[in-house]
Design a protein around this ligand. Sequence first.
Ligand code: HAM
Length: 425
Amino acid sequence: MASYQTPRGTQDILPSDSRKWLEVEELIRSVCYYYGYDEIRTPVFEDTKVFKRENDSSDMVNKEMYTFSINNEDSLTLRPEGTAGVIRSFVQHKMYGIMEMPAKLYYMGEMFRYERPQKGRYRQFNQFGIENIGVKSPLVDAEVIALGYSILKALGLSQIKVVLNTLGDDESRANYRAKLKEHFAPCLDELCADCKRRYEQNPLRLLDCKVDKDHPSMMSAPKMEDSLNEESKAYFNEVLKALDALEIPYEIDDRLVRGLDYYTHTVFEVVSTHPESGSQATVFAGGRYDGLVEYFGGPQMSGVGFAMGMERLMILAEAEGIALGQREGIDVYVMGLGNVGTVPLEIATACRANGFVSEFNITPRGLKAQFKSVDRKQAKFAVIVGETELEQHMCNVKHIASQKQVSCDIDDVVDTIELLMKEGE
Ligand code: HAM
């Protein structure tokens, strides 16, 4: 018999886990609300050109995209990340002309990358991300990091570390690229095929190579710091000062270049230091981009943002022993004994309409079996509808904690529950 399984690198989120996801998503939405961010929802697929920009050197664009075309129509790609779609939308809807700047946008949803799956790395995964577009200020860079950091803290994660670097402005990067090319030219033959491509397209990304990371030329590579002009240095210093003021601890890693091509100035990664986080320890990562809005046809406007891997967040919460998605007991369980027809369903519906989480017995079962359900569901009240009582339009309401039981008219169940609740306070 054929067996049906989730495709490689994808997973089902089952009810016991989806409750945890919901709790985390609610926390994220509430933090975004306090920071003044509004949600944006863009399509899961976009024209391929939205992601595949001229001469892009990233692995994501070159190797990992799910690209397809149907009926010879223009090529489409499942989004591998959120930023490009958000900026496309920002420009398409001319948000820069109609919104107070900066635009503060957040998104949550599925992303797709053709990667080699392992714990914390999937082909379909979920990101929560933010983009702050339109005002370039070191204070905004720090605030963006603070937003992500505060989510991890509110969740109770303690073993996390902020790592950051600056890639400087265009002039500084051009300077650095030239120095890197000069440095790597003599040993290019010894480096991997990807490094050869990166050398041509974006030499900064040579420093991000996982294959050649121990090659002597990597160790002795020139440092970005020495190529920064005064303006870029000053900008980065202001970001650090703001992080200090917010008491967010950080480390500077002068080799941090990040995997995507669009970054300028500040780049950062927030990583878990928990031993179980393994090689996929980056919980959220991002940076500033000076050129994207213009690239998509908008005005010269800078943006900054990050994306958080939701699966990684869940893995880390579990590793740090944080209890999420604990389901509380229900308020009311309506039992039915004998032929009581739709009455338990009607009572449960009336209770729900009055704000009580309620369920009712569906299959014909005895009193004992139904009281087991009351226990399992940790119901605060049991409503017992029996055939004989029903003839008088009556039922019994039992307050489980006090074991007090009251007989009442079917139409008065809600009032009786409220009365018993008051008595129990
Ligand atoms: P990224 O570094 O490619 O950046 O991804 C951000 C986060 O998404 C990673 O740190 C990780 O937590 C999660 N992630 C990435 N790939 C996978 C995967 N295959 N499986 C599970 N989780 C994954 C971006 O996507 C940029 N758009 C971030 C950004 C926003 N920069 C500026 N604004």
